[in-house]
Design a protein around this ligand. Structure first.
Ligand code: GLA
Length: 394
């Protein structure tokens, strides 16, 4: 995980660190946000996902302390907490500190002898924006603490530890996608992750002349408190009904759009629709990976559009703002496809567009979306970046 040399500007981070804590940091970490290109609500069903790490990232600057205290400052809320490594205590307030606490507690539980540390966190990944600011925080802090402790963790073990921190300290029952992409991403590639075997394939983002545009509705979501756990339960209910007919089925991954029909009379109609989304989304994700390998932006875009329709109509995790954005941008010339990304209920949509059509897309959003909604959509491009990297700063 420790790679050579910063790939980002860290001047502002350094200046702030010096103001708060005195000398230069011993280590800096960059941990990216993510957008999922396709494969939504499939990770906790043993399916496939196809995310990229964004060029927008969270940064941590950190220095070793001689005592057992963690002093942590976040620029996002301009808040600080002080934690005691001898007694980290249960999750509490402020909520952002629970991610730090969770990661530190689980690293200690792994037998890693963490030193005290001063940490400054600064981020350009919008919080609650559906682009995985929380995984960036977990992975960023974990990397900083590991470098200070002069220890390494296998990337998959690190991703799983961060996911556990999210479950146990932030109360969010997320799947494995966000932490895996944050740790494993390669610049210029999307990650086809098999969430059953946890094996993965780095696929070059081979769509020349296109750009990826992120459109943030600014509608905040919090997956633990949302319908997310309800969807997980509905998937489990669907699986149980299928297993009562075919015990060989281990997860919705083992069902196809052809075989699903055999089980529908055993299920509640709402559960049928939830399962229908998962099963078809897994198929779309595999097809999208093939389209990416073939450099076929049109095919990829069509799959994004079907994915959005399925998330909107079958899985019912979209919202009016996301639907409006997707409809508006899909009518712009040069847009191959668009969809909501992440857990849903707010957050971001993404579009795959010809590079020359980005301005027309922005204008269409200003004209047809911003004038009709309380908050304007924040529109920006992103590129597939590397996963978390840490470098000693002296
Ligand atoms: C959230 C979770 C992920 C995944 C997505 C939906 O972002 O953190 O694990 O389940 O929702 O695809």
């Amino acid at each position: 995980m420790q790679r050579k040399g910063p790939t980002i500007k860290t001047d502002r981070l350094h200046a702030r660190f010096a103001d708060l804590f005195g000398p230069q940091p011993d280590v800096c970490v960059r941990a990216p946000g993510r957008v999922n290109l396709i494969g939504e609500h499939t990770d906790y069903n043993d399916g496939f996902v196809l995310p990229i790490a964004m060029s927008q990232a969270l940064r941590v600057a950190a220095s070793r302390r001689d005592d057992r205290r963690l002093r942590v400052h976040t620029a996002a809320f301009d808040q600080a907490v002080e934690l005691d490594l001898e007694d980290l205590g249960p999750p509490g307030e402020p909520k952002w500190a629970n991610y730090v606490k969770g990661v530190a507690a689980l690293l200690l539980a792994e037998g890693i002898d963490l030193p005290g540390a001063d940490l400054l966190i600064d981020s350009e990944v919008p919080v609650g924006g559906g682009v995985s600011s929380s995984a960036a925080l977990e992975v960023g802090v974990a990397n900083a603490l590991l470098v200070l402790a002069d220890r390494r963790l296998d990337p998959v073990a690190l991703a799983l530890l961060c996911r556990r921190a999210e479950h146990e300290y932030a109360g969010s029952p997320c799947g494995i996608m966000d932490q895996f992409i944050c740790v494993l991403a390669e610049e210029g590639h999307a990650l086809l992750l098999d969430c059953r075997s946890q094996s993965f394939d780095q696929i070059p983002m081979n769509l020349p002349g296109t750009a990826l545009v992120v459109m943030d509705t600014q509608v905040k979501h919090e997956i633990g408190a949302s319908e997310y756990p309800v969807r997980q339960r509905q998937c489990r209910d669907g699986l149980a009904a299928i297993q009562s007919a075919d015990p060989a089925v281990q997860s919705l991954r083992d069902v196809t759009s052809e075989t699903l029909g055999r089980f529908v009379d055993r299920m509640d109609p709402v559960v049928v629709r939830r399962c229908c989304h998962v099963v078809t989304e897994i198929e779309r994700t595999v097809a999208a990976a093939d389209a990416l390998r073939a450099g076929d932006a049109d095919a990829f875009g069509r799959l994004m559009i079907s994915s959005h329709a399925s998330l909107r109509d079958e899985y019912e995790v979209s919202c009016a703002e996301l639907d409006a954005l997707v409809a508006i941008v899909c009518s712009v010339n040069g847009v191959h496809g668009a969809r909501m990304t992440g857990g849903g209920f707010g957050g971001c949509a993404i579009a795959l567009v010809d590079a020359g059509a980005v301005d027309a897309l922005s204008q269409a959003v200003k004209r047809d979306y911003d004038t009709r909604h309380d908050a304007p959509a924040l529109v920006y491009t992103t590129t597939p970046s590397a996963g978390a990297e840490a470098w000693a700063d002296s």
